[in-house]
Ligand binder design. Structure first.
Ligand SMILES: NC(=O)c1ccc[n+]([C@@H]2O[C@H](COP(=O)([O-])OP(=O)(O)OC[C@H]3O[C@@H](n4cnc5c(N)ncnc54)[C@H](O)[C@@H]3O)[C@@H](O)[C@H]2O)c1
Length: 372
């Protein structure tokens, strides 16, 4: 029972996101950066991290977990490195500036890396890796997140969905862009299933008894109580090498917390010792590498393109019509979403209408006005 779905023009959603943040007290220039990141997600077809996250940010701002004014500080800086204290400002704004800094350092010295502590949720890693690609560089970005993955042979949510992203310039019309969580499914997709009234597949999430859970609302409730955990890439146990996903999630945790001397694991649950809401204190890591200091940008792009083309042209599995390389689906999605608009289901429509009423954004006319 998927319910109704509407499509709303990209510009309308972009402006609505911007005005929501401005309505919450975020400066207009910062609200524009946040809207850019969220819209890029929707354009890429990553519905879990686009406008679908707006209500979640709204609730966090209202709860005082994200400060509306972003006043991050550079607490340590070298030629190729920097450490930023995000001071719990808007995650997208902190991340945007951290990646800009890494790119600038890479332009000057071949490589730049910036670690951030006390950040807040910054959306999709791929937005920031693309900033590097747009500057002719390789981008590497990761972030820790509130605990939700259980370690191999464990059932307790300890690591976040800890996404890790790489983007590499190529001579194709799109870069190689791998951008995904180190869990099989990330929390945003559980939230999407919840909004759409759908169940999850088996072997993605486990309860404290180690058995699969598939009911999305139940999972979201149990995750808050530490009674449900997402499985790392590879799944439960060792048979399908779940320890590899567990290992990569730990790499992300270390890069995001140890370099910035930031919080980690249960320290970024967003709850204090008394169970009251507090800052999330997530950490991030941003890196830019200039291929001109290696093979040269054109040669790098050509070899990368040759690798991607050879992979896509290789022999297909019976019944398969196409082989993809990472970033290709997102590239094709952009044209489609621009044409059709951003999909809004009943659950999301309700959230957007709640914000509209609360912030008196009456000038917006949606096809789902009056629903619910
Ligand atoms: N900020 C946070 O705390 C946080 C946490 C988790 C995830 N995220 C973001 O959520 C987004 C989605 O993550 P996800 O884990 O759901 O991603 P996903 O499982 O949908 O995987 C997406 C990646 O896989 C590639 N891909 C998909 N099908 C492919 C195929 N057939 N062949 C080759 N490559 C293919 C895509 O190009 C993309 O790079 C990411 O942008 C991530 O950064 C953010």
């Amino acid at each position: 029972m998927a319910g109704k779905q509407w499509h709303v023009p990209v510009d309308t959603i972009y402006n609505y996101i911007k005005d929501t943040f401005v309505g919450c007290g975020v400066p207009a220039a910062d609200a524009k950066i946040i809207a850019d990141v969220l819209i890029e997600s929707d354009l890429r077809g990553i519905e879990s991290h686009g406008v679908g996250r707006l209500y979640y940010y709204y609730v966090r701002i209202k709860a005082g977990q994200h400060k509306v004014k972003t006043e991050y500080k550079v607490v340590k800086e070298g030629k190729t490195t920097a450490v930023i204290d995000g001071e719990h400002g808007q995650g997208h704004v902190i991340a945007h500036n951290a990646m800009k800094m890494a790119i600038q350092k890479a332009k000057e010295h071949g490589m730049g890396a910036v670690a951030v502590r006390n950040g807040t949720h910054f959306g999709i890693c791929g937005y920031y890796t693309k900033m590097a690609v747009d500057a002719g560089m390789i981008g590497i970005v990761c972030t820790n997140a509130r605990p939700s993955i259980a370690p191999t042979w464990g059932v307790e949510p300890m690591l976040g969905t800890n996404p890790l992203a790489f983007a590499m310039p190529s001579d194709e019309p799109f870069p190689f862009s791998l951008d995904c969580a180190t869990s099989i499914i990330q929390r945003g997709k559980v939230e999407m299933a919840d909004r759409a009234g759908k169940s999850l597949a088996e072997h993605l999430v486990i309860g404290t008894d180690g058995k699969s859970l598939t009911n999305a609302p139940e999972i979201l409730k149990l995750m808050v109580e530490d009674k449900a955990a997402l499985l790392p890439i590879g799944g439960a146990g060792e048979e399908l090498a779940g320890y590899k996903g567990y290992g990569y999630a730990t790499v992300v945790e270390i890069l995001s917390a140890s370099l910035s001397n930031g919080s980690f694991l249960k320290g970024i649950s967003g709850l204090d010792a008394d169970g009251k809401k507090t800052f999330y204190r997530v950490g991030h890591f941003f890196m830019a590498i200039d291929p001109n200091e290696f093979a040269g940008l054109d040669a790098f792009k050509k070899t990368t393109g040759d690798i991607l083309r050879a992979l896509r042209a290789s022999k297909k599995a019976p019944g398969a019509s196409r082989i993809w390389t990472a970033g290709e689906k997102e590239h094709e999605s952009i044209a489609l979403v621009k044409k059709e608009g951003i999909p809004v289901n009943e659950g999301l429509a309700k959230e957007l209408l709640t914000i509209k009423k609360a912030l008196k954004l009456d000038s917006y006319k949606f096809p789902f006005d009056g629903f619910a």
